[in-house]
Design a protein around this ligand. Structure first.
Ligand code: NAD
Length: 456
């Protein structure tokens, strides 16, 4: 774990106090995840290079759009309840702002690093351009073990982080959102801390609680967007939802909403996993019953046979990826499908719910086998689309009902998918190559029109 606890007393340290017990509120249900996004940087750079080659981008411009415009790394000295001073690192990488203010999540995870933030910030630049929302790309995080911390500690980390990066944030500068291990509550603290410095500013973050200016429909938006991607891809593959077997890796925000919405179309959820393990059922698992089971404190892997499913078996995480299914939706972490396990994937359609869940090597192997992959920059863009709606509602001091949000989301996802698919069809490329080409073209056009140095 990358918490830098000072071992010996320093001027930052108090007299040592005995470590206290973790509070009862610490979620007992999941062991820590492994290092995520292991292959992010390499894959994102490669996808950009492929698009840049195809578009004939000169080296200079290529370097401009590859390199982040600004990187902020701050020290966060936080006294935790064990009495010690822990020095965390907080990052905000602002990759590109030619199309609008920087936009991207904040994650709390022990493995957060500058390199990973760079890759994920670039991914956001391409994603916002591909789905044509008026934002650039950013990503941030703190290398803290969020799952072992209580609310008081998380709040202290959040407020300290905002104090140190407030100068580069703002509704027309950079607008954070929730990501892994951060949620609406963390966004409320961020908004509140920023407001102390600059006056009340709801539009400085998205993914807030609805009662503080959050948008209806934001929580489910990424999962809903993944399902729109399924609907469009299913048309191409002539998959009938009533006969579609789906496996989902990850049952957090993206995975659980994807599972619930896709089940509503009549698809059968034949397997699902999280860090506690994986379960499968040939008959199908009711994702709503599974959500209830987990909300009551149950672990996913202990989901009982008979509670909304028959023939439920515990399987390994690797077996989940190799399940006999039509659609596989990795919605957990980066690098999940890689050179080591790609040959075992049996799905015809893989939809990237997570960011970078497939390494570029595995992506090529799937393409060679004729597996259709809907890339993250398109498939999981529902979150940033509804974040855009939330920001727009905040700026107008107005709110839309949930149906309006969902309808607008559906329209934007359909349009973006159609644009990417049409280009992929015309040029005989993968959806990913077409998506990156589209994103890069839009960023270049904005840079040129603004006459930003480096884009001429
Ligand atoms: P989350 O923390 O709510 O859920 C992550 C889930 O993945 C948890 O169920 C966790 O147990 C599971 N998981 C972690 N490691 C695993 C493993 N090895 N095997 C199986 N399951 C594992 O996070 P989230 O918000 O759902 O985000 C998931 C991914 O989607 C991330 O890559 C994130 O960047 C991306 N994403 C999220 C959003 C959003 O709106 N939340 C939008 C776009 C992209």
């Amino acid at each position: 774990m990358s918490v830098h606890a000072a071992e010996a007393p320093t001027e930052l340290s108090p007299a040592p106090t005995p470590p206290t017990e973790l509070p009862a509120s610490t979620p007992p249900t999941e062991p820590p995840a492994r290092a995520p996004e292991c292959a992010s940087a390499e894959s994102v750079e490669r996808y950009l290079d492929v698009a840049a080659d195809r578009l004939g981008l000169p080296d200079g411009i290529r370097t401009v759009v590859r390199t982040p415009e600004r990187e902020v790394h701050v020290q966060l000295p936080i006294r935790l309840r064990d009495g010690r001073m822990h020095v965390f690192s907080g990052y905000r990488v602002q990759h590109n702002s030619t199309r609008g203010p920087y936009k991207g999540g904040i994650r709390y995870e022990p493995h957060v690093s500058l390199e990973e933030m760079r890759a994920l910030a670039a991914l956001m630049t391409w994603k916002t351009a591909i789905v044509n929302v008026p934002f650039g790309g950013a990503k941030g995080g703190v290398d803290c073990p969020a799952k072992d911390l209580d609310d008081t500690e998380l709040e202290l980390i959040t407020r300290t982080f905002v104090d140190k990066i407030a100068d580069v944030l703002g509704p027309t500068r950079d607008i954070p959102a929730p990501d892994v291990n951060t949620d609406a509550g963390v966004m409320a603290w961020m908004m509140d801390e920023y407001g102390k410095l600059h006056g009340d500013t709801p539009a400085v973050v998205t993914g807030k609680p609805v009662s503080l200016g959050g948008s209806l429909g934001r929580e489910s938006a990424t999962g809903r967007g993944v399902v729109h991607a399924y609907t469009e891809a299913a048309r191409t593959l002539k998959l009938d939802p009533g006969a579609t077997r789906v496996a989902v890796q990850g049952f957090g925000n993206v995975g659980s909403w994807t599972a619930r919405v896709i089940a509503g179309l009549g698809c059968r959820l034949v397997g699902v996993s999280n860090t506690s393990g994986a379960i499968a059922s040939d008959v199908g698992i009711d994702p709503h019953a599974l959500v209830r089971h987990m909300a009551a404190g149950g672990r996913l892997v202990e989901y009982p046979d008979g509670a909304g499913a028959v023939g439920v078996q515990a399987i390994s995480g690797e077996e989940l990826l190799a399940l006999d299914c039509d659609v596989l939706i990795p919605a957990a972490l980066g690098g999940a499908i890689n050179a080591g396990n790609v040959d075992s994937v049996r799905a015809r359609l893989v939809i990237e719910g997570a960011n970078n869940p497939i390494t570029w090597q595995a992506d090529e192997a799937l393409g060679d086998r004729g597996v259709l992959v809907v890339p993250d920059v398109l498939a999981n863009a529902g979150g940033v689309i509804v974040s855009y709606f939330e920001w727009a509602q905040n700026l107008q001091h107005f709110s839309w009902d949930e149906r309006e949000v969902n309808d607008r989301l559906a329209k934007r996802m359909r349009n973006a998918y159609a644009e990417v698919a049409q280009r992929a069809g015309a040029n005989r490329t993968s959806l990913r190559v077409a998506a990156y080409e589209l994103g890069v073209e839009r960023v270049l056009e904005a840079g040129r029109l603004r006459r930003h140095r480096g884009y001429a």
